[in-house]
Design a protein around this ligand. Structure first.
Ligand SMILES: *Cc1c(COP(=O)(O)O)cnc(C)c1O
Length: 400
């Protein structure tokens, strides 16, 4: 694998994102299998994790649906060949107009506030709508990524169900799904099942449901010792409970999930070249040809991506702080044990499939990286590296 990545870096340059479709397919199949006791399962890949059209096509070929948060993501999905009915639109705080435009495309919409629900229901009582509930359950410990708790901006609070029911009744609108997305990390399956019970309880208020969407939050390991969501255990327990609920409800419903990270995180790596090895009195810095403009998760979330020196995998291990080249503190790793690094070496950052390229920017007027997809063993360029023209494209020079 290392040699293949080195060859790819040589051919396409650095910094570079490289994805492996085999891993994406394996994760998709693993999740499907964990829930194979459910009669109707729908996996909607969360586009925002990694939105390259070629990646979306891999999901389309698997029979996956899509979870989208902007009309632009919807258009990417349609361009990749998805049928509108296999796309769900789960935005937060977008305008009524955007929701109407997405609904017109035939995409399933999901509304997460009472104001828009009432306006949409009044104007389009016949359009099926899913509603996003906030069960106020805290999954994971980091308030940045736990969106189900009491002061979160996401979802309609379960304490407002009576108000919600009044709106549904007054408008005569058609609620065909209910949804929750509790946060980014399911560490404790019992917490998740507890939130699911709240969703089941809420579901009983609606007669015409077709699906219940349990969102996502599947955790994948980033560094050794990290806990990972036990998908098989979750599949076992939730499927059983879901099937019981369908009996109670008197109808076969579809169980939906919308994972991003679980499906693509481990399928991606980020390759960057070491420009400078800088020895100070206390630290050895390895400075790469990138920064938080290309991979912001370590600075934004404190996430620790494993870093491997693929140019010298057998070298003696030493301690390095891996930092970037932008004019800002951009630390990827502090005093990390890595095989001896020389200038020009290629470092490989793992778990770079989700929320890495999609969060990249042009800060410091740098080009965003290229992207490569290894599909059926062969490397394909799926996004060109930017050029100076991309930096100036929309700028308008005035006479000064
Ligand atoms: C981001 C997002 C997801 C995907 O979350 P992951 O942690 O990447 O699996 C799913 N649903 C909604 C509504 C989201 O906003």
């Amino acid at each position: 694998m290392s040699q293949q990545l080195l060859n790819i870096a040589k051919e396409y340059g650095s910094p570079l994102y490289v994805y492996d479709s085999e891993k994406i397919i394996a994760q998709y199949n693993r999740l499907s299998k964990a829930f194979n006791k459910v009669k109707s399962l729908r996996l909607n890949y969360a586009v925002k994790a990694l939105s390259n059209i070629s990646i979306l096509k891999v999901f389309n070929a698997l029979g996956s649906g899509l979870d989208t948060v902007s009309i632009q993501e919807v258009h990417l999905g349609l361009k990749a060949g998805f049928k509108p009915e296999n796309i769900i639109f789960t935005p937060n705080g977008v305008s009524l107009e955007e929701i109407e435009n997405v609904a017109k495309l035939g995409v399933q919409i999901n509304i997460d506030n009472l104001s828009i629900l009432e306006q949409f229901g009044t104007k389009h009582p016949n359009d099926p709508v899913c509603i996003r509930i906030n069960p106020h359950v805290m999954a994971g410990g980091n308030t940045n990524i736990s969106v189900g708790h009491i002061d979160s901006k996401f979802g309609i609070s379960i304490h407002q169900i009576p108000l919600l029911l009044r709106i549904v009744e007054n408008t005569g609108m058609n609620i065909n799904g209910i949804h929750m997305h509790t946060g980014s990390d399911i560490l404790d399956i019992d917490v998740f099942l507890y939130a699911s019970e709240i969703l089941f309880e809420t579901a009983k208020n609606f007669k015409d449901l077709q699906f219940i969407d349990f969102g996502s939050g599947f955790k994948v390991p980033y560094k050794t010792g990290d806990i990972e969501t036990n998908i098989e255990e979750l599949g076992d327990k939730l499927s059983k409970r879901f099937n019981e609920f369908c009996k109670e409800y008197g109808k076969e419903l579809t169980l939906a999930f919308e994972p991003g990270k679980f499906l693509v995180s481990e399928a991606g790596v980020f390759l960057a070249k070491v420009n400078v090895v800088k020895q100070t009195t206390s630290t050895v810095f390895a400075q790469i040809d990138s920064g938080f403009n290309h991979l912001i998760r370590p600075m934004l979330y404190g996430s620790q991506h494993e870093i491997i020196n693929i140019s010298n995998p057998k070298g003696r291990e030493r301690f390095y702080s891996v930092v970037g080249y932008i004019c800002e503190t951009d630390t990827f790793a502090n005093n990390r044990r890595i095989n001896e690094i020389n200038e020009g070496d290629i470092l490989c950052f793992k778990n770079a499939g989700a929320y890495c390229f999609t969060m990249a920017s042009n800060y410091n007027s740098r080009y965003r990286p290229a992207e490569v997809l290894i599909h059926k063993g062969e490397a394909h360029l799926i996004r060109k590296r930017e050029t100076f023209e991309d930096i100036t494209r929309n700028q308008i020079e005035i006479a000064v």
